[in-house]
Design a protein around this ligand. Structure first.
Ligand SMILES: [Zn+2]
Length: 457
């Protein structure tokens, strides 16, 4: 096993790069990526202008001169437009990625997170996988298309936000107040999607994110007139809250299915002849079957329904006083298309009259984007230039990206990408020693180019 793994590693690192990407091109791609990774675009460090200056210069160099940098909310957002050379009348395509990265503590990392390095077939550095590889890939693909003389038949708009990991004001404002600058038929989001390849070269598939669960925090609050603890009464804020929380624990929301989860489960049903596959087949026959959905949730939580869980708790003000207040936070991941208010009402009914359930925080409600043949076919064909017959797998994310703001205002968003990773090998997004496969990084560029040739040609 070890030998075979080693051999596969050697094959991956030597053959593909040397053969398929000319050395000078790979060196230039890597040099740009290094520059981008080494700008620590962490919230609060004030480095975003360095990156937007660099990217603006890269776009100008390629002949994309319509570049707007918005200063807002202590960060920046870059919007660029490559106008159609031969306008077909179709609405623009929006390309999305984000420029900011999650904080990284050098003491916890093997190497300095903001010093770019290559090692064992990986490029390392904070942001290498989330989201600077795809960001760089999009820039390189646009430069490549320009250089090749590609003449788009519709505008290609680029939106690079500067606070996706935090307040997401860039996406919020772009989808509303700057809508005229970014309005598009649909968006391709480089922050979701991409391929999974086995060490032995087999391809699992390339995913396409078409839906995201809605994030919502609800405050459960019980209030009471309090009193002396030597004289207990049946009404008690802590007991009331505890009862409400236990009701949430026992509750199961109605199971649901959409295009993304159906395809994912159908793939399991076809591939797994064991007990789990049996369960999946049973559920696909009747997605309203709560018991079977429960069993699936135990294996892979979050994909058959809305899920809510208690995450924080506080209450009381003195050891010898009846509590005047008890509060909990219940975090929900709402199935795409379900209204936040519907879930709040359901939680309020569970909590009973002595506990008030209010919305504390949420991402925008966003339904699934409809699967479009043109986008799926173009993505499949673009991936096939490198991985013949690789399946395209629609996907629902449990977390929220910038895409949710656009789905919320009616612009479909497809999370796609030419990058790939190795099945079972961590890339460290948001975590330690973040990295991206060297072969995947360079390999994404022709895939993005082909995708755009097909969708904007
Ligand atoms: Zn991201």
């Amino acid at each position: 096993m070890f030998l075979r793994g080693l051999l596969a590693t050697l094959l991956l690192s030597s053959s593909a790069l040397a053969q398929e990407v000319p050395e000078a091109k790979a060196a230039a791609e890597r040099a740009l990526f290094k520059q981008i990774v080494e700008i620590p675009t962490v919230e609060g460090r004030g480095n975003m202008p360095k990156l937007t200056r660099l990217l603006t210069a890269e776009f100008r160099k390629a002949g994309i001169t319509n570049v707007v940098v918005k200063d807002h909310d202590k960060t920046q957002t870059l919007i660029a437009r490559w106008p159609a050379a031969n306008p077909s009348g179709r609405k623009p395509i929006l390309l999305m990625a984000h420029m900011d990265v999650v904080e990284a503590n050098p003491a916890d990392w093997k190497y300095d997170p903001f010093t770019f390095r290559a090692e064992d077939g990986w490029y390392l550095g904070r942001g290498a996988s989330d989201n600077k590889a795809a960001l760089t890939g999009i820039v390189l693909a646009l430069q490549g298309l320009k250089k090749s003389g590609f003449a788009p038949t519709r505008d290609i708009i680029i939106l690079f936000t500067g606070d996706e990991e935090t307040a997401a004001m860039g996406a919020r404002r772009a989808s509303t107040e700057w809508r005229a600058l970014v309005d598009a038929e649909y968006a391709l989001n480089g922050d979701a999607g991409g391929g999974a390849v086995y060490r032995d070269g087999r391809v699992e598939g390339f995913s396409m994110q078409i839906a995201e669960k809605t994030y919502a925090d609800f405050t459960f609050a019980a209030t009471n007139r309090g009193g002396h603890s030597s004289a207990p009464r049946p009404d008690n804020a802590i007991y009331a809250l505890a009862g409400a929380i236990k009701a949430v624990e026992a509750h199961r929301f109605a199971p649901m299915i959409n295009d993304a989860t159906r395809v994912a489960y159908e793939r399991i049903a076809a591939a797994d002849s064991g007990a789990y596959g049996e369960l999946v087949r049973k559920w696909l026959k009747d997605p309203a079957d709560r018991e079977t959905a429960d069993l699936l949730e135990a294996n892979d939580p979050g994909y058959t329904r809305t899920r809510c869980v208690a995450t924080m708790l506080s209450g009381g003000h003195a050891p010898n006083a009846l509590p005047q207040k008890a509060e909990a936070n219940v975090n929900c991941r709402i199935f795409p298309g379900v209204k936040i208010e519907t879930i709040r009402t359901e939680l309020q009914a569970l909590a009973g009259p002595d506990v008030a359930v209010t919305l504390a925080d949420s991402s925008p409600e966003s339904g699934p984007s409809p699967l479009r043949d043109d986008v799926v076919d173009a993505y499949k064909a673009a991936v096939a230039t490198r991985f013949k017959d690789a399946p395209i797998i629609p996907m629902m994310s449990a977390g929220a990206t910038d895409g949710s703001y656009f789905r919320n205002v009616g612009i479909p968003v497809y999370g796609v990408g030419g990058l790939w990773g190795i099945v079972g090998e961590k890339q460290g997004a948001h975590g330690l020693d973040e990295r991206v496969l060297i072969e995947g990084f360079h390999g994404q560029v022709p895939i993005w180019e082909e995708l755009l040739r097909r969708l904007a040609g």
